[in-house]
Design a protein around this ligand. Structure first.
Ligand SMILES: [Zn+2]
Ligand SMILES: [Zn+2]
Ligand SMILES: [Zn+2]
Length: 223
């Protein structure tokens, strides 16, 4: 007989339905009780099992994503410190005073990694490779460049010139950029690149975001 997980005296006749649903292994964790009363009496401590089981399931899901993406995410993803010079413009005064608000794209990459959001981290990394190269070496003069204000999309991690770029000039305040990648505008912030090459002591100047013109480009990504 299985004895009750609560009083461990009487025979257990009912199982916690949530544990059954979550697929908790009964030989590892006893989730059977003798009565509703015993189940209720132990609910506070018992429900912790559900929580930890859920977060473990999430973690294993994420590690599956990670291995699908090719091994250890910290090896496969690198973020240039230059990303710190791409500032995130707060959408409202609340964001502006929020200490946790990511001030620049380097903070953004940290947030994606810390929360295990590998897909967004990867999208951010790939969508900023080009601008980082351009900031370091300047344009090659051969490709047609699109210049403008870029956005970061918190829903997919993409950074780049928005779909509605023509409506997003510098003075537009109420408008939100539409993510080029996922087409959403619910969670986007404009970006501002500061201090092209100058560095310390020099005036902070704004540099436009540059990217290859995707409207014209048909062939795949190669350079
Ligand atoms: Zn009991
Ligand atoms: Zn349970
Ligand atoms: Zn997006």
């Amino acid at each position: 007989m299985t004895s009750c997980a609560g009083c461990s005296e009487r025979e257990a006749t009912l199982k916690c339905p949530t544990c059954v649903k979550l697929g908790v292994n009964p030989s590892e964790i006893n989730y059977s009780y003798c009565s509703q009363a015993c189940f209720k009496a132990n609910w506070k401590s018992h429900k912790k099992i559900h929580k930890s089981f859920e977060s473990a399931a999430l973690a294993s899901e994420q590690s599956a994503v990670r291995s699908k993406l090719g091994g250890d995410m910290t090896n496969s993803l690198s973020f240039s410190p230059k990303l710190a010079s791409i500032k995130v413009t707060p959408n409202d005064p609340v964001e502006n005073t929020d200490k946790n608000f990511p001030r620049n794209l380097h903070n953004a990459s940290e947030i994606f990694l810390l929360t295990g959001n590998v897909l967004s981290a990867r999208t951010l990394s790939s969508s900023t490779t080009e601008i980082i190269k351009l900031l370091e070496n300047g344009p090659d003069g051969k490709s047609t460049m699109k210049l403008g204000r870029a956005v970061i999309c918190w829903e997919c991690g993409y950074a780049g010139i928005p779909k509605n770029a023509d409506m997003c000039d510098k003075v537009a305040v109420d408008i939100k950029g539409v993510c080029w990648n996922c087409g959403r505008d619910g969670e986007t912030n404009f970006l501002k690149i500061v201090g092209g090459e100058g560095g310390e002591g020099k005036e902070v100047e704004e540099v436009p975001w540059m990217e290859k013109n995707k409207d014209l480009e048909v062939e795949g990504e190669s350079s």
